[in-house]
Write a protein that binds this ligand. Structure first.
Ligand code: AKB
Length: 316
């Protein structure tokens, strides 16, 4: 078996995925890469290479030289940042995907993981228990790039036999590395401020319900999907997976169980419009059936772990 390359390893998912893959496969089998020239502090113990996924030549050279057979492509601009840099978001999110899909088409690599998102859905999508297959009219640059990417993944699978697998991640909650540029980021930021000052101003309104998931569940889902026999992976666009769904008000209540004086105020900004276009909660029947997906973290369990572990000195 060849090595595993994680592209965009310095981000919120990548940091934890590299650690999980290295403990499963051995450190020598996993290469972390990111556009940052300095090794991110949480990845100091791992093999690290500076790589811009848009640099096709360097990517191809690295993959051949290191005998990489599987790529996890996590480099992307998320929803809020992509709205500020639409042209670059489209270039990074799409050209990066093509660079990796073409390596599999040319049989240089065997397998790809590429994340999609609940952002593929839009205001015309049914909001509650959103089905796997439904109306999808995304209104963000990020959502459009993820929806197009899903279709390209299915196309490469169908036409060229590329083994590409994907999950529509909900908002991900973790304490190892801060999220960057997403609409669901409030659900991470809130823990740092709850511990540091006992107060937080949310950029989403109190009743905005969104699909969310604790990172440990997301990493387990990713690895389980990649380990599933190819014939069980019946969906080659991207799988809905569901974890927990809550509003800022409900999250506040759960935090107050541990920090009774914690208070929240609301000052919705442009991210409110994005959040309003996304589902409240999604249906993951197909993931459950095809590769036995099951979340382990409830809202209460997630809140307890986050409050025990976030390092509030990391935020101003
Ligand atoms: C974002 O908010 O942009 C991401 C996502 C839901 O894909 N966390």
């Amino acid at each position: 078996m060849g090595k595993v390359l994680v592209i965009g390893a310095g981000g919120q998912i990548g940091t934890e995925l590299v650690i999980a893959l290295a403990s499963k496969l051995g450190k020598e089998q996993v290469i972390a890469s990111d556009v940052k020239s300095e090794t991110p502090s949480s990845l100091q113990e791992y093999q690290y290479v500076q790589l811009d996924v848009l640099d096709k030549e360097k990517l191809t050279h690295l993959v051949k030289e290191q005998k990489v057979s599987t790529i996890y492509l996590l480099a992307a601009l998320l929803s809020a940042t992509a709205e500020k840099h639409p042209a670059f978001a489209w270039q990074l999110n799409m050209d990066g995907l093509f660079n990796v899909l073409n390596l599999a088409k040319e049989k240089v690599i065997d397998k790809i993981f590429w994340p999609s998102s609940i952002a593929v859905f839009g205001p015309t999508t049914p909001k509650d228990n959103t089905p796997q297959r439904t109306i999808m009219e995304p209104t963000t640059v990020y959502g459009i790039s993820k929806q197009a990417g899903e279709q390209w993944c299915a196309y490469y699978h169908e036409k060229y036999g590329v083994d590409v697998r994907s999950i529509r991640y909900p908002g991900l909650i973790s304490y190892t590395s801060l999220p960057g540029g997403g609409t669901t980021d409030y659900a991470v930021d809130i823990f740092y401020h709850a511990k540091k000052s006992g107060k937080y101003t949310s950029f989403l309104s109190k009743d905005t319900a969104l699909p969310m998931m604790y990172m440990e569940d997301a990493i387990r889902a990713t690895i389980n999907l990649m380990d599933a026999p190819a014939e069980n992976v019946r969906i080659r666009t991207s799988y809905n997976i569901s974890g927990i769904s809550f509003t800022p008000k409900e999250l506040t209540k759960a935090i107050q169980q541990h920090i009774p004086n914690f208070s929240i105020s609301y000052s919705p900004d442009f991210r409110q419009v994005i959040a309003d276009s996304w589902p409240n909660a999604i249906d993951d029947t197909h993931a459950k059936k095809d590769w036995q997906w099951e979340p382990h973290f409830s809202l209460e369990k997630m809140v307890k772990v986050m409050l025990e572990n976030v390092d509030e000195t990391k935020v101003d």
